[in-house]
Design a protein around this ligand. Sequence first.
Ligand SMILES: [Zn+2]
Length: 370
Amino acid sequence: MYNQLEGKGLFGLGGKLTIQPEYQRNYIYSDGGGKKEQAVIHSLLKGYPLGLIYFNKVADDKFEVLDGQQRITSIGRFVTNKFAIMDDGNPKNFDSLPADQRERVLRSPLLIYECEGTETEIKEWFKTINIAGVPLNDQELLNAVYSGPFVTLAKAEFSNSQNANIQMWSAYVKGSANRQEFLERALEWVSKGDIGGYMSAHRNDNSINELKTYFNSVIDWVSTVFEDVKKEMQGLEWGKLYEEYHLQSYDSKKVSADVNRLYADLYVKKKRGIFEFILGGQKNFKLLEVRLFDDATQLSVYEKQTTAAKAKSESNCPLCALGHDASKGKIWSPAEMDADHVTAWSKGGTTDIVNCQMLCKTHNQAKGNK
Ligand SMILES: [Zn+2]
């Protein structure tokens, strides 16, 4: 049963077999000029085996294709004239093949395993299955291992490329519905990272309310705190940030001004760090990777400081020179010193030679705030 309409699914065995679920068209073999789907048909015509196909038994008389989706889809598409194969330089679709060849395609035997087993057994099969074909990613594998009502409902929401929310989610979550990446994030957030454990515990649930509510809470929170959507927001660990900061209140107007000020600051190397930096109260400067003084600047400042210090017989670390202990007169080597912003970057100091001083490592660390 091959429905022309996008989003209507692909079924076999009189409806007992889900080849591609209704909400998910995931056909990859037609990429790259259709070489792979043609190869499937050429194999059948030559009588070559297509390799093992696995069905996952999900209920009495109900199966999902575990491995072989692309091959079966190729056959389905070919016999309904969706693509042609090249035959001596001429394209031939199914209807234009001679009767004996059509018969050969339709009567090709396929070797199929119906898998019904414990989670451990299913995982074991996958080690074999994943060697060939389009490899399943982690979430696709978990979906098969924990197949059941929960996964079916969860996929209908998060793996549905027709879902109108996808565009909004994409601002914060990286990936595609087809490859299960929205589902994976939703599960990761609600489970605090234990996706397999969560799926196992909820496998037979007939509701995904908790999963959906939690995911929406995270997305709502991010979009409320940060009014501006920046491309660097995509793929950040919003679930973790939500857990840590959602009980704090933020003035979204001020947040917006701060985001844009930091975006415009040429010394902020890591734009992706701006959001967590603001959520954390603008204290953890490491998140921003503020640009440091380059080697030439550091050496030039070192030479100048050291020459002046030697003339006065005091330490070339200005803070050591102020002290009363043994290092008062110590001349540190360049390797024993670090560059410091005289006026901290956070207080408006620039990463420029006039704002650079060399301090011994101890004093530089003590000063801290870069
Ligand atoms: Zn010092």
